[in-house]
Unconditional design. Sequence first.
Length: 464
Amino acid sequence: MPAFPDSLRTELHALLGADNIVDSGDSLTALSRDYYWYSPALKPLLDDKRADLVAKPGTVDELRAVLAACFKAGVAVTPRGGGTGNYGQCMPVHGGVVIDCSRLDRIHSVEGGVVRTEPGARLITIETQARAAGWELRCYPSTWVKATLGGFFGGGAGGIGGVRWGGIGTGDTVKSITILTCEAEPRTLRYEAPPPITALRTFGTTGIMIEIEMRLAPKLDYDQLAFSSPDWSKLLEWTDAAMRNGTWRKRVASQFQWPIPSFFKPIKKHIRENEHVSFLMPERSQTAEMIASAEAAGLTVTYNRPLSDPPKPPFLSDFTYNHTTLWAMKTDPTITYVQVGFTKDFRAQLTDLMTRYPGEFLVHLEWGTSDPARTVGPDASPDVIGVGGIPLIRYTTPERFDEILAYARSIGVSVGNTHSYHLTATTPEGTAARIALKHEVDPRGLMNPGKMHTFPLNPFAAAS
């Protein structure tokens, strides 16, 4: 890899000041990493990857100057949000400059059900301000305390609220994204939905977001509930029915096979030995009805606490989505994960996998909607609710891991490749749109090189 230009180092120090440059030590390593080590495949590939320098612009003008300097020097540029991704989205595979957007954290407005913000605003801060104005986030990751909106839109997909509103690409949640290009004179480009915005979830390969407009939901008050049963099928039937109940408003819907609940040490007094658990977050006025239904089905309520307003821990959502994997790995470092989607035959698919790989394939389910307009209310349809999840797998060898995933696919389960740092595959039309956008906004191929493997230009590939 070519030596980092001393002239660029000097220029960036002059632009931002020493306090906003990191170019050595443990801090440089930390700001070059995410949670890639969740993956036994990615860990050896990315362990030695780090930036030559981290720049922390505090204004859009500073960011523009940094991008122009990097373009002139021809170095790799990798945007970073909160660094809470799980597969190297913000890791600089070819060194260069990591642009830490954490100082670009201004929330410009929360008006008319739309938040307008800079990319570095943390999701918990947005949620707190939105709730004060009578609104709430539609969807957010389990890492919301640290995650930024720009990072979520650049490298995330869905999370808490998905059972009501779907992921960030579902419905009309995204109103607009404004980006800076990586050119000699960076341009400002604004993209408004519809149509779908190509720059979403491209790992910072298609410019750097400088402003985001996102639609919110009317604020509701929620309770946090845990339901427990030694009977997996009984718990699954009730939880699935609850998620498809169009009269119940809910924000969290997760189910865990034992022993996964045993990994949740901070709430262990609410966990029953050898019992499976579902976590739900219903709208408070419907909590009593939901509890009565669960108890009538033979389930036990083991946790019942309100979600405070403004939000303060404890959060049951801290044990959902990929936080589940984190808690598991703290107990058993051999555990890894995979993202899956089931069909309408999910019961049979789950039974097949649990029977074929007992103790090796541990089920963690999450429910989501494909059509927010038909999720709750008089037009609600149970068919818009889908079952997916982030099951845990006890990792032994690459061959065994691949065998499990191949078998899951053979029975109709969709499996996401969360053990690669490349952009997730899309349709041929989507791939063509990504390539065209990257040509427009990053003509030298400097933005997070190596992540968009379909892009024909990577000026650093030969040097690596």
